[in-house]
Design a protein around this ligand. Structure first.
Ligand code: HEC
Length: 158
């Protein structure tokens, strides 16, 4: 499952998240007058109630969302990943990667990035690790010259 979250590379916009929410069929339950909060109420709750309240997304699910889902008899998600796996299954789209758009967007509302962009670590080249070839060549040339001069001086002494 964690492999799928890497499909979403950049932070989705609210429009993209809402469209994914509709396309996945989440609105069967999540609509006004439905059995669960509609999209705008979810977004509002994330921005106004949940933001800054918990140290992690898993804690939010464990303390607040999980018990709410359980109370309605729809399962017992304990972590952020479990919540979205459950919700995808409830909407008949288990494993659909589009749920990651909703997931990333909602996480971003709380200041959590579920899909951090990996910072590329530059691999040092052979030259960067040791002395450059040109410098090595100069040093070698100096050593050869010194040996030649020394040999010349030694032969002159006799
Ligand atoms: C079978 C009904 C059902 C379906 C389908 C469903 N959900 Fe839910 N969902 C619930 C219930 C019930 C709750 C808990 C009560 C509430 O938040 O209104 C909930 C809660 C949530 C919450 C927490 C909301 C909050 O503000 O606390 C999120 C986020 C969520 N669902 C996302 C989704 C997504 C994404 C989909 C589609 C992939 C989806 N749900 C499909 C029933 C459903």
């Amino acid at each position: 499952m964690s492999g799928l979250s890497s499909i979403v590379l950049s932070q989705p916009t609210e429009d993209e998240a809402r469209r994914a929410f509709e396309d996945l069929g989440c609105i069967v339950c999540h609509r006004s007058g439905g059995i669960a909060k509609d999209w705008s109420d979810i977004v509002k709750e994330f921005k106004e109630v949940y933001a800054g309240k918990y140290a992690s997304l898993d804690e939010l699910v464990a303390k607040e969302i999980g018990p709410e889902v359980k109370e309605r008899g729809f399962g017992d998600p304990k972590t952020w990943d479990e919540l979205f796996t459950l919700m995808s299954t409830l909407s008949g789209k288990p494993g659909d990667p589009r749920v990651n758009i909703v997931k990333s967007y909602l996480a971003s509302l709380l200041g959590f990035e579920k899909t951090p962009t990996p910072t590329p670590t530059p691999t040092p080249t052979a030259e960067a690790r040791g002395i450059p070839f040109s410098l090595a060549a100069i040093i070698a040339a100096i050593i050869v010259a010194l040996v030649v001069v020394l040999a010349y001086l030694l032969t002159r002494r006799r």
